[in-house]
Design a protein around this ligand. Structure first.
Ligand SMILES: Nc1ncnc2c1ncn2[C@@H]1O[C@H](COP(=O)(O)OP(=O)(O)O)[C@@H](O)[C@H]1O
Ligand SMILES: [Mg+2]
Length: 248
């Protein structure tokens, strides 16, 4: 589905990506695990064409991004849904307007069809019937669900979650992890998760890549990477042993 080969990216003197290669399999959940500031978001911004690499190739759905102009890149970007950590809802719009926004923006669906899609996406995230509520009436967890419903409104082929559980309590963390897994199952959507939360990563991922010093130094199934001898992976895994209940 997405193939990243030998990606290099520096900002001025700072080398962020130094030959990173990773593959995201169709219909699977793949997590990029790495310490904060290791370049996870920079890597993902390349995949959606927001950053251009210094060198290396990115192929999305058979298209080499390097060969595309800005207009074509925009088309590629439409294949993605995103849920960023700070995916805020528009506070002055109700739930229906929040979710329907991309539909009115990017499709020619009639209002009745849009209503149908919004109802279906709300059902998917377990919040059927709350179209008229304002964000201020929702709990943090419900807001996250509505943001997810909006992210999948256009039926993206690929969804990216950037640090979905950072800053959440353990219960909320499990809820969001379940939501990622059920969404992936229900829609068969290719899922990319960026995380520094190894517990969540091991729980939900089909594949896991460890980004360290600009490279993917370890890649495989959760079972496989748990056996890794890489010092950074050992550090992540030691964090679980020391703190059985994740604080973040
Ligand atoms: N647009 C940019 N210009 C300059 N430096 C950047 C830019 N984006 C990211 N960086 C730097 O690249 C490094 C990796 O950032 P990032 O990918 O956001 O880390 P993380 O792994 O926490 O997501 C950081 O040191 C950050 O300051
Ligand atoms: Mg980041």
């Amino acid at each position: 589905m997405i193939d990243v080969q030998d990606l290099h990216k520096s900002f001025k003197q700072q080398v962020v990506l130094d030959g990173a290669s990773i593959f995201f399999a169709e219909g699977k959940i793949t997590t990029i695990l790495g310490g904060s500031g290791s370049g996870k978001s920079v890597l993902v911004k390349h995949i959606i064409g927001l950053l251009r690499p210094d060198s290396g190739t990115i192929v999305v759905d058979g298209q080499d991004l390097e060969t595309l102009d800005d207009r074509e890149l925009l088309q590629v970007r439409k294949k993605f849904g995103y849920l960023f950590q700070d995916s805020a809802l528009f506070d002055f719009m109700n739930v229906f307007d929040n979710i329907s926004f991309p539909l009115f923006e990017h499709t020619r669906l009639k209002r009745s069809e849009v209503q149908h899609v919004v109802a279906e996406k709300l059902r998917l995230v377990g919040l059927a019937g709350i179209e008229k509520k304002m964000p201020s009436e929702l709990s943090g967890g419900m807001k996250k669900r509505v943001a997810l419903a909006r992210a999948v409104a256009l039926d993206p082929k690929i969804i990216i979650y950037d640090e979905p559980t950072t800053g959440l309590d353990p219960v909320m963390t499990d809820t969001v992890n379940d939501l990622i897994a059920t969404t992936q199952e229900a829609l068969g959507i290719t899922t990319i998760v960026i995380s520094h939360d190894i517990r969540s990563s091991l729980r939900i991922s089909d594949f896991l890549g460890l980004l360290n010093e600009g490279k993917i130094v370890e890649f495989g199934t959760p079972e496989k990477v748990q056996e890794s001898e890489h010092p950074m992976m050992r550090l992540f895994l030691a964090g679980i042993e020391r703190a059985p209940v994740s604080k973040s």
